[in-house]
Structures are given as C-alpha cells and as structure tokens.
Design a protein around this ligand. Structure first.
Ligand code: PHE
Ligand code: ZN
Length: 877
C-alpha cells in the first residue's frame, strides 16, 4: 500500500490482453478472519495480442498464494514469476487450465476494496481494481468471461449467500455449514463481480418486463431496517419501467438484488444482478429521511440499474474510458429524475452541483479531461469531471444531433457493442454515423480539460432591422495543457420582447423559429437574424444550460430582471437572479463597497417574484437562494474565504430584511404540506417553506425563531425537522442548542440520521467550532473506520464552516491534515478525497494558501498511500 513514487499509466500504451479467459470458477471458503479462494480458469491466447509469446499477467494485491497449477501440474522452472503487481506466467501454451488457491483476510481489510467485513457481514467491492485483492486474475475491464461461483460458509453466521446471476444450487453441509452456487450467464469483467455473505432480511417484490418476463426484486438489509425499504423498491420499479419506455432497455436476468452495506466508500456499485449500496442510498422513511434524501435514493437506485446496459452489457475497454459508462449513466439518471419525478428544478440542481464542484475541479490543480490520458491511481478519477461533465457531453451530443437521432444512436450503440469492452471514441463514432455529422471537433470535449468561457454580444442594425449575435470562446490552460483548441458549443437562445414573450424570426435564412441552437465551433462566430417579430428586449442565453461553460454576456441589471420576471426557461430565470447576486458580491469584494443601486434593483426584482402567483413553489425557493460560497470563490483569482462567506451572508441579510413580511406571507402552512407525500408538488412546497424560514432567520427577522421551534416540535417528517434545524444552525441562540440536543437524544442510535446531526454541528458558524468538532469525533456514534461518519463530520466542516476551517491561524488546515494522515492508514481512497479542499491553496489569500501548502508538504514527507500521494503531488506541482 505504501508507495513512494506512483508510476503513471498512459492511454497511449494500451495493449489488448495477451490471454482471454474462456470461463471462470470461483470457490469461496468464507470466514471473516481468513477466506480461501480456489480459482479455476481456462485461458487462451488472444489472437489480437500485440506480442505473440507474451506472458499471462495475473494481478494480485495483498493476496497470499497457496498453490498454482497449469493443466494440473506445478509450473515448470522459471514459468512462475512473482512481482509487485502479482504473478506472471511465462511460456504458456495456446490454451491452458489454471487452478489457483489463495487466501485473503476480510476482517483486516479497512480499505473497503476487495472482500471485507461490514457489520458482521462479508461483502465485496471490485471496481476498479479490487478483484485483485480477492484472487490472482487478469483484473482489467477488457477481460470478460462467465462466472460460476460457489460460496461456502457457516450457516448461523451467514445464512444468506449471494453472488451475481442466478442461484443454481444450494444445500446443507456438515458442521453447521452450508453452500450456494451462482451462475452468471452474461460476460462480465472482474470489476462487476460481487458476493455477499450475511445475516440479512429480504424485502421482495416483482417486476414484469416489457416482453412479459417476471423478475424477482430482492432488497437485503439488516433486520432492524426492514421498514425502510419501500421507497428504494418503488424507485427500482420506476427506473426499470423508465428504461424500457425512454430507452428501450429491458432487464436480462431473472433476479435483481440490492444489498445495503453500512461501510462503503462510494454511493453504490452496479455489480451484475447484485448491486451493493451504501445504506445511505437505500434506507428511507419520512421520519428519517428528507425529501432530498428521497430524491437522491431514487436517482442512485436508477443510476445503478441503468448501468446494467450502460456499463455492464457494454463496458469499458480500459479505465481511461470510465466516462463511457459514468457520463452516459449520469445522463440517463438525470433524465429519469426529470421526466419521472417531475421534479421541476432538477436541471438547476444539476447545474448548481456542476458549478459548485466540477468547475472548481476543472480550474484547479486536479483538472483532467473527461477522458484522461494518464493516471497514477485510477481511484482518484471517480470525479465530478468524469461523471457530471461527462453527462454534459452526452447532453450536448443530443442537442447537436437531435433527440430522435440520438435515441437511434443509443440503440445502435447497445446493439453493436453488446458483450464488448469499448471506448468513448466508439460511442461518438456511432453518434457520428447515425447523424451523418463529423464529430471530430466535438471530441475535444473529451480530451481537453478546463471550463470554456463564452463571450456573447448582440448588435441591432437600425436601418435593416437585422439582429446579430456574436459569440466567442476561450478555455484557460490546465495542468499539462497550455494551449486549448476551440470546442463545439451548442448555445441555445431565445429573445424576449417587452412583454416577455418569445420573438419569432429567421436565422440566416432558415425557417421561422422562436428558439435556436447556435453552434459555436470556432474561436469566434456571428449569427444573423432577420424578420424578427419584435425588437429584442432581452436575450435568453444558454437555455437549459445547453453547454457546461461560463457565459460572459454583460447584460444590464434591467435586462436580467426582465428575464427573471418572464423567461419560460426555468434555468434561465434562475440564472438571471444568480447573475445579479454574483454581480453584487463581486462589487462588494472588489470595490469594497456595496453597489446600492444594483442591490435595490435586485431587491425590487425579488419582491416582484414573491408576489408572482404563477411561479412554481420549488422554482421560487430555488431562485431565492444566493449562490454558495464555493461557487462564488470561482469569480476571483484568489479570495479570503472567511470574508467571502461573511459578505455573502451580509448581502443575503441586506436583500431580504426589507422583504421579511413578504417572505412570511409566502410561507406554505406546515399542516398543509407535512404530509409525507413524495410528489413533486409536495416536495416543492416543503422546499419553499424551509427556504423562506431560513431566509427570514438569516435576515434577522426575530419572529422567525419561535416559528422554527414550533416547526421542529410539530414536524412529522425529517424534511421539516431538518428545515427547522438548518434555518437556525448558524444562529447563536439558545433555541439552536435546545433543538440540537433534542435531535441528538432522539437519534443517538440511528447512524444515518445521527450523521445529519454531525453535519449540522460541524458546519455551524457559531463559535467554538473546534470543541464541537472534538466532541463529534469522540461521540459514541462516530467511527473512523466508517466513511459515512467521517464524511458526515469532516465534509461539512470543510465545505461550509469557513469560519473554523479557514481560521486565520491555520488551525483548521492543521487538524484536517492530521485526520487525513490518520485515515490514510485505514482507508486510502477516503483519505485521498478528504484531502482535496487543501489542494485549492492557490484560490485562497496568500497567507492561508501558504499554510495549506505547508500541510500538504508535511503529508508528502510521510509514508502515505499511493492514492493520497497522487493527489498531493498534483496539488503541489
Ligand atoms: N461505479 C459506481 C457508480 O458510479 C461507483 C463506484 C466506483 C463504486 C468505485 C465503488 C467503487 O455507480
Ligand atoms: Zn455509475
């Protein structure tokens, strides 16, 4: 695990595997202390291999080799070579049968990759390179084979034995043991292998597919969680139906299993027919989970289900292609949530996530292309860039070639590459083929890092009535990529007249329309419109956020207010308000004085919005929110984060204090909305009430505090309880202490809910943050070995507690570096994520930046994991 100098792997050095695996049998003799694995496989030389006589590479990581035979015999002299990556078998014939016996130690596995123990159960995590921690194998995604898996274990301790595919045999054995045999008929790479052995309750349901096959749905959880499964099962059925209706994709096995695991590094894992889930993305009841949790569960359930086609049936050739499955599957789950949950602001929420997290990644030292061309540790490439920006690329492709052509392209893609391991180039080539378009230039989106800036300007010729739009693009340099080529940017636009209605017209002699997709495919381009039905009062740019870019359109505050009041595109409306607020913050920080004219205009526009009877509650709630500090920081080369947060909060108070009465009047009544309904309308109303309440508290409206108390006490749902707590969490008021103490008492033995308490305490700007942090880390409910607990405390501390994390004396950075060091010894993957806020040292003021950098230097001098070293070295480069 300790690795002084991580050696990068290069895409350009890709070679197809020397051997194919024709079939595979795995026998597990399972026990928490030591598990013995017998691996039998038939290998055959790959006719496509570059080197004819190449050895067979069997990766192994921390696995003990007990024995190995080739065609039943011990390998001859010099045949078997052991090295740091595992085993090499030289001089193999054209085809051979191997049998390997090996051992691993689940109980000691705190990295949570490979086979490990969680809450007394055994489970696996193999993506990307965990399988090699279980046995010796050509553990790479382009080696696909069929698996037959026999599990044997103590019956009392592990009554449930699961693996991928269908259970073909099971029975009792002597000595209180039992076994089960599972066969997966579909070809799969080793990263999709999974097994579970445990004492779990099963919630069942069924789903009838479009061709009339009945599929058994099984959700496995610890017995005490059996009453929190309904939402996950309902979500799964909705996702299965949606994939049939929207994408024509049908499920293929007879059973679909999901297992909830307490200790899990990520959200969930799409193993064929046997998804493993972080319990956080399965368990929900209105009393324990908020609406946002419900939506997140539904989208993760859908995401993993959709992987069955985008990822499993068609998989990745190598890990540089990760976005082939992740970008596409995120796109698919975003569509599902948009269409199926009818969740009006889904697109806005997705854009917020992208801007607050992916844009900073793309502008910092860890920036990398959606399809990277080298990596030192693949675990560090499960990023927002690969996932979320990757999904934006798919969305842009659909915009460019049109919905129907795109859908046809997907059909061709799934059909043509079924059972194969392919590349993002293969995907784009199919889209080029079905659309008849040359997408060569588009592919730069996959290979170039960095967020493009788009400049937009308009001009009107008074005499001819011609209207012109000029667009330009520029992408700043990123590590290793000084010079950028222009990319193909679809800019969706409309123009509004004085009454806020869309104007009709023609683009360069084209048909009459009232919305256009302008393709900016060079550094600069102009677009001429004529026969406009009215003079444009405002241009609605980048509608629906048609490309992941930073738009610089220089619109006046009045124009933005016009868009905010009238635009029929929800994103654009929200964006108008965001742009105004960003401008106000920028004025405050850069000129050191509030732009009172601008602020008055914003206030006026917000007041009007609060009176608008037609606006959807969820959209109103979302528009009223100021951009998060994380996103605002991107407006500046570097900024004092404590000041930025303070200025943001002060602006919020200035804007909303005079509107306090209007905020109160607009608040939906608690009794009307706290009904446990998981519908878009009900969730929107709850979001609005919670947002308005929080804004009132932030604006200093004292009458809001008793209402917070009352809401907390009367709440029947976690959404309203958390709404109350969030509203009051930065207020130094005894009500806060009272409610938090009550919450802690109430949920002290419910880890997933207790995490919310941890998050509130860790994020609070109320003084004494370091004492609270210590208290949480000593809390009986806290455990360093559980990634959810660690993230629940330290995540919000770093992301939202500017006052303490960025305390001027560097105490916050020092503590975090200490925690990273400690965690790295147990769980390198989680440590490598935890350290990331410290990598943004160039974006804070120089004094703080120096302190952050010093902590990174200190860590770099220690013996640390490859995961952590890779991140730190890139951050210091
Ligand atoms: N492939 C998983 C997903 O996106 C994420 C994951 C990656 C989980 C690596 C575990 C380990 O759905
Ligand atoms: Zn995924």
């Amino acid at each position: 695990m300790r690795d002084a100098n991580p050696q990068p792997v290069y895409l350009s050095e890709y070679q197809s595997p020397a051997f194919e695996v024709e079939d595979l049998e795995l026998d597990f003799d399972l026990a928490a202390a030591t598990t013995e694995v017998t691996t039998r496989m038939a290998v055959r030389r790959n006719p496509q291999a570059a080197e004819p006589g190449a050895p067979l590479r069997l990766y192994g990581d921390g696995v003990e080799l007990v024995s190995l035979t080739v065609d039943g015999a011990e390998p001859g002299e010099g045949m078997l070579e052991e090295d740091a990556d595992g085993l090499l078998l030289h001089g193999l014939p054209e085809a051979a049968r191997l049998e390997i016996v090996s051992r691993c130690h689940p109980e000691q596995n705190t990295a949570l990759e490979g086979l490990y123990a969680s809450s007394g159960n055994l489970c696996t995590q193999c993506e990307p390179e965990g399988f090699r921690r279980i046995t010796f194998f050509p553990d790479r995604p382009d080696v696909l084979t069929t698996y037959r898996v026999r599990l044997e274990a103590d019956r009392a301790q592990y009554p449930v034995l699961l693996a991928n595919g269908n259970r073909v045999e099971a029975g009792e054995l002597d000595g209180g043991r039992h076994y089960a045999v599972w066969e997966d008929p579909f070809l799969k790479p080793s990263y999709l292998f999974a097994l579970v052995a445990g004492d779990l309750a099963c919630q069942r349901d069924t789903f009838t597919t479009m061709s009339g096959r009945e599929v058994q749905l099984e959700l496995y959880v610890e017995a005490h969680n059996a009453d929190r499964c309904d939402h996950a099962l309902a979500s799964l059925k909705r996702a299965m139906r949606y994939d049939e209706e929207a994408f024509g994709r049908e499920y293929d096995l007879d059973v679909y299993m999901i297992v909830a695991v307490d200790d899990f590094n990520m959200g969930a894992m799409e193993n064929k027919g046997l998804n493993l889930f972080n319990a956080k993305y399965v368990l929900a009841s209105p009393d324990t989970a908020t609406d946002d949790d419900f939506v997140a569960i539904e989208s993760v359930i859908a995401h993993e289900y959709f992987h069955n086609w985008s990822g499993n049936r068609v998989t990745c050739r190598d890990w540089f292609q990760l976005s082939l499955k992740e970008g596409l599957t995120v796109f698919r789950d975003q569509e599902f949530t948009t269409d199926c949950t009818l969740y009006g602001v889904k697109r806005i929420d997705d854009v917020s996530l992208l801007r607050a997290h992916q844009f900073p990644e793309d502008a910092g030292p860890l920036a990398h292309p959606v399809r990277p061309d080298h990596y030192a540790e693949i675990n560090n490439f499960y990023t927002l860039t690969v996932y979320e920006k990757g999904a934006e690329l798919i969305r842009m492709l659909r915009t460019l070639i049109g919905r129907e052509t795109f859908r046809r392209g997907l059909d061709v893609y799934f059909e043509r590459f079924d059972g194969q391991a392919v590349t993002t180039d293969d995907f784009v080539a199919v889209m080029a083929e079905v659309s008849g378009r040359d997408l060569t230039a588009f592919k730069r989106w996959y290979t170039q890092a960095g967020t493009p800036h788009v400049t937009a300007a308009t001009a009107q010729d008074g005499s001819t009535g011609e209207f012109r739009i000029s667009l330009g693009q520029y992408t700043p340099p990123t590590p290793g990529q000084e010079h950028k080529e222009p990319v193909v940017i679809p800019v969706r636009v409309a123009m509004l007249d004085d009454d806020g209605r869309r104007i009709r017209g023609r683009l360069e002699g084209g048909p009459e329309q009232d919305e256009w997709v302008l393709e900016l495919d060079r550094s600069e381009r102009s677009f001429h419109f004529d026969e406009l039905s009215a003079t444009p009062r405002a241009v609605s740019w980048l509608r629906g956020f048609s490309a992941p870019v930073i738009l610089e359109a220089n619109q006046s505050a009045t124009t933005l207010a016009h868009l905010l009041a009238h635009d029929d595109d929800a994103f654009s409306r929200w964006e108008a308000a965001q742009t105004l607020m960003r401008r106000a913050i920028r004025a405050r920080i850069e000129d050191d004085a509030a732009d009172s004219v601008l602020e008055a205009e914003i206030q006026h526009a917000l007041a009007a919005l609060l009176e608008d009877p037609a606006i959807e509650p969820v959209l109103l709630a979302t528009i009223l929110q100021l951009p998060p500090p994380r996103e605002l920081a991107e407006l500046f080369d570097c900024v004092d984060p404590v000041r930025l947060r303070a200025e943001r909060d002060a602006l919020e108070a200035r804007l909303y204090a005079p509107l306090a009465d209007r905020l109160r009047e607009r608040q939906p009544k608690l009794d009307d909305i706290d009904n446990g309904a998981f519908t878009a309308d009900a969730m929107g109303q709850r979001r609005l009430r919670n947002r308005l309440l929080a804004l009132r508290v932030a604006a200093g409206d004292e009458s809001a505090v008793p209402e917070v108390l009352e809401q907390y006490r009367k709440a029947r749902s976690q959404t309203m309880r958390m709404g109350a707590l969030n509203a009051i969490n930065d207020l130094n008021h005894e009500a806060r202490a009272l409610l938090l103490a009550d919450f802690e008492r109430r949920y002290h033995d419910d880890p997933l809910v207790l995490d919310k308490y941890f998050g509130l305490q860790a994020a609070s700007q109320v003084s004494g943050g370091f004492d609270r942090l210590e208290y949480l880390l000593q809390h009986p409910g806290f455990r360093w070995s559980n990634p959810n607990r660690v993230r629940a405390v330290l995540g919000p501390f770093m992301a939202r507690n500017e006052r303490h994390f960025h305390q001027a004396d560097g105490e916050g950075y020092h503590r975090i570096a200490g925690f990273v060091e400690k965690l790295d010894r147990m769980n390198p993957q989680t440590a490598a994520r935890l350290v990331q806020p410290l990598t943004r040292w160039r974006k804070v003021d120089p004094a703080r930046g120096e302190q952050m950098r010093a902590e990174l230097e200190r860590l770099a001098a220690l013996e640390i994991s490859r995961d952590l070293r890779d991140v730190i070295e890139r951050a210091l480069a």
